[in-house]
Design a protein around this ligand. Structure first.
Ligand code: BG6
Ligand code: MG
Length: 209
């Protein structure tokens, strides 16, 4: 019996892929390191420092330099996030969240991003969820299930009572590792362990009757 839905943020509720791309690209260009959209796709669902390691693949820098680069990227990214408006979240997403709530389903965010609350507040969804677990709460990033386990605890449910909706392979792995019902959208639909595959968020309403 499904009593809760935990949503990944980037790529599920809205897409900030292009902002990540622009911010990493600016850093990579300054360092004269090649970076393209294909590489950017590999950063989906991956923590900030792990993303940096992918961006810097083949190049060696000290830990101190890497921390400074991550901060530089994040500063560029946050300037871009400030251009977000409620229009970045489509009506299918908003209607689905409303319908789930009206069916008595608890809804939560489980995101690796430390910018989760800034993003949700820019798009007018900061108070839309029963709970938020994000990059500021966790020690271990996806594929570790920590962020989803915290979200489930905050909505007072067991993992097996919750769907996790993910667009990243690492997120589906995390959902499986935590004992959640893994639902894939977008790229994650190619993951063999997804229990359901959806095209738009409102497809969830057929799974959660
Ligand atoms: C995830 C994104 O949601 O958050 C990743 O899919 C990103 O691409 C990660 O690296 C960490 O984000 P932030 O905002 O903490 O740098
Ligand atoms: Mg995602």
């Amino acid at each position: 019996m499904i009593r809760g839905v935990i949503f990944d943020l980037d790529g599920v509720i809205l897409s900030t892929d292009d902002f990540h791309y622009q911010a990493w690209k600016k850093l990579a260009d300054r360092l004269k390191i090649p970076f393209d959209r294909e590489k950017n796709n590999r950063l989906r669902g991956v923590s900030r420092m792990a993303s940096l390691d992918i961006v810097l693949e083949g190049y060696t820098f000290s830990e101190e330099e890497k921390l400074a680069f991550a901060e530089e990227k994040n500063n560029t990214y946050r300037v871009l996030l400030n251009t977000l408006t409620p229009e970045f979240v489509n009506n299918d997403v908003r209607d689905t969240l409303d319908e789930l709530k009206s069916r008595g389903i608890k809804i939560a965010i489980g995101s690796s991003s430390k910018n989760t609350k800034l993003i949700l507040s820019r798009v007018g969804l900061l108070n839309a969820f029963n709970a938020i677990a994000d990059g500021t709460d966790i020690k271990n990033s996806k594929p570790d299930p920590e962020v989803f386990l915290i979200a489930a605890q905050r909505i007072g449910l067991e993992p097996k009572e919750c769907i996790v909706v993910e667009d990243a392979f690492a997120g589906i792995d995390a959902a499986v590792a935590g004992g959640f019902v893994p639902v894939a959208i977008g790229d994650a639909c190619a993951h063999k362990k997804a229990k359901y595959r959806i095209t738009v968020l409102s497809d969830l309403l057929k799974i959660v009757e």
